[in-house]
Design a protein around this ligand. Structure first.
Ligand SMILES: *Cc1c(COP(=O)(O)O)cnc(C)c1O
Length: 383
C-alpha cells in the first residue's frame, strides 16, 4: 500500500472490500454497540464512541494521505468538526502552558485559545509567523505548542513550515499545522517535520459542503496514543454517516484539487489585470509575498483567492450581492464557488485584535464549475 501514489491511496487505503459480503464500498456501520463472545472478548469493537469500523476506514484513509503508514505507530483521529480537533489539542495542554499562534489563524481557532482555553490557564501570543525573529522572541520556556496555518485564512500568507520546525526543535515544542487550505494533495507538513496535521474535513476533504468534520494526524506514537485516548475520553467523534460522506468525498480529492487550483490561478490573473480591483492575494501569483516559499513547500497553490475591490466596503458589498454562481456564504472547499466578506462574516471574532482584516476584503472559494462561467460572473458583479 505505502508504495502506492496519492490518487490510489485515496481510493484504496482502509477500503478493502467488506469481508462478509464483498461490498466494494465501506458500509455505514450504524451501530452504537457490538456483541461480545464473553466479557471482554470481541472483534476489536466495543462501543462506537471508542471505535466504529466506518470511522476506522476514514482514519486509515486520511492518515495514509498525510504519509502515515499503517502499523508504524502514528495515525489519524477523526472528530466531529475541525474545531473539535483543535479542542483535543487544547486538552493536551495544562495550566501554565503557553502557545504561539500565527496572527491570522482561522477566527474560530483564535476564539478557542483567546476565549476558552485562556480561562483554563493556557496562555497565548499571536505573532506574524512569516517573521522568524518574532517567533523566536515569543517562544519561552513554557511554550508547548506552535500553531501554524498555511496558507492562512483569509490573507493567504505563507508560513515556512521547515523554518518554524527548526525553531521548535531547539526548544522541544510541538508544531501543529492546520492543513485545511492546502490539503495533503498540495502540502505534506509531516514530511516537513511538523508533529501534527489538523484538518477541517468540512472543507476540501469532504469537498461537497454536505458535512462538518475534522481530523488530526501524527507520526509520533506517543502523541497518537494521547490523541486516541482523548478522542474517546472527551468524545467529539463523527457518526458513521458523516464518516461515510468524508470517505466518499476524499476518493476524488486529487482531481478536485487540480481543478480548484487551475480555476483559482486563472481567476487570480483575471483579477490582477482588472482596473476595478486594487489588490489580489493568491500564492501562485509571482507578486504574492509568499510565492517563493509556497513554490518550495507546496506542489500546487490551492483554490482560495482574496482581493480588495476599488471603492471600499460599499463596492465590496455590491460585488458579493451581485454574483450569481458564486454563492454568498461562509465556508469553503466545496465543488460550488463561494464568495464572502470575512470582516463581516467569518472573522467578526477578530475585530479590534491583531487579526483584524480589511473591511472591504473579499474571499473567494473557487469551485470546479467551468472557469469561463466563473470569470463572467465576477466580471458582471464588479459592475
Ligand atoms: C473551517 C476551518 C476550521 C474549523 O473547522 P470546522 O469544521 O468549521 O469546525 C479550522 N481551520 C480552518 C483553516 C478552517 O477553514
Amino acid at each position: 500500500m505505502t508504495e502506492d501514489r496519492f490518487e490510489t491511496i485515496a481510493i484504496h487505503a482502509g477500503q478493502d472490500p467488506d469481508p462478509t459480503t464483498g461490498a466494494v464500498v465501506v458500509p455505514i456501520y450504524a451501530t452504537s454497540t457490538y456483541v461480545q463472545d464473553a466479557p471482554g472478548q470481541h472483534k476489536g469493537y466495543e462501543y462506537s464512541r471508542t471505535d466504529n469500523p466506518t470511522r476506522t476506514a476514514l482514519q486509515t484513509q486520511i492518515a495514509a494521505l498525510e504519509g502515515v503508514a499503517p502499523g508504524a505507530g502514528g495515525g489519524c483521529v477523526a472528530t466531529s468538526s475541525g474545531l473539535a480537533a483543535t479542542g483535543l489539542i487544547g486538552h493536551m495542554l495544562a495550566p501554565g502552558d503557553h502557545v504561539v499562534l500565527s496572527n491570522d489563524v482561522y477566527g474560530g481557532t483564535f476564539r478557542l485559545f483567546a476565549q476558552v482555553l485562556s480561562g483554563h490557564g493556557i496562555e497565548w501570543t499571536a505573532v506574524d509567523l512569516t517573521n522568524l525573529d518574532e517567533l523566536r522572541g515569543a517562544v519561552r520556556r513554557e511554550t508547548k505548542l506552535i500553531w501554524v496555518e498555511t496558507p492562512t485564512n483569509p490573507l493567504l500568507r505563507i508560513v515556512d513550515i521547515e523554518a518554524v520546525v527548526d525553531v521548535a526543535k531547539s526548544t522541544g515544542t510541538m508544531v501543529v499545522v492546520d492543513n485545511t487550505f492546502a490539503t495533503p494533495y498540495f502540502q505534506q507538513p509531516l514530511e516537513l517535520g511538523a508533529d501534527v496535521v489538523l484538518h477541517s474535513s468540512t472543507k476540501y476533504l469532504g469537498g461537497h459542503s454536505d458535512a462538518v468534520g475534522g481530523a488530526l494526524v501524527t507520526r509520533d506514537p506517543d502523541i497518537y496514543d494521547r490523541l486516541k485516548f482523548l478522542q474517546n475520553a472527551v468524545g467529539p467523534v463523527p457518526g458513521p454517516f458523516d464518516a461515510y460522506l468524508f470517505l466518499r468525498g476524499i476518493k476524488t480529492l486529487a482531481v478536485r484539487m487540480e481543478r480548484h487550483a487551475e480555476n483559482a490561478a486563472m481567476i487570480a490573473r483575471f483579477l490582477e489585470d482588472d482596473a476595478r480591483v486594487a489588490t489580489v492575494w493568491y500564492p501562485g501569483l509571482a507578486s504574492h509575498p509568499g510565492h517563493e516559499v509556497a513554490s518550495r513547500q507546496m506542489s500546487g497553490f490551492g483554490g482560495m483567492v482574496s482581493f480588495l475591490p476599488v471603492g471600499g466596503v460599499d463596492a465590496a458589498n455590491a460585488v458579493v450581492s451581485r454574483t450569481r454562481l458564486f454563492f454568498l456564504a461562509e465556508s469553503l472547499g466545496g465543488v460550488e464557488s463561494l464568495i464572502e466578506t470575512p470582516a463581516s462574516m467569518t472573522h467578526m471574532s477578530v475585530e479590534g485584535t491583531d487579526l483584524e482584516v480589511p473591511a472591504e476584503l473579499i474571499r473567494l472559494s473557487v469551485g470546479i464549475e467551468h472557469v469561463d462561467d466563473l470569470i463572467s460572473d465576477l466580471d458582471r458583479a464588479l459592475g
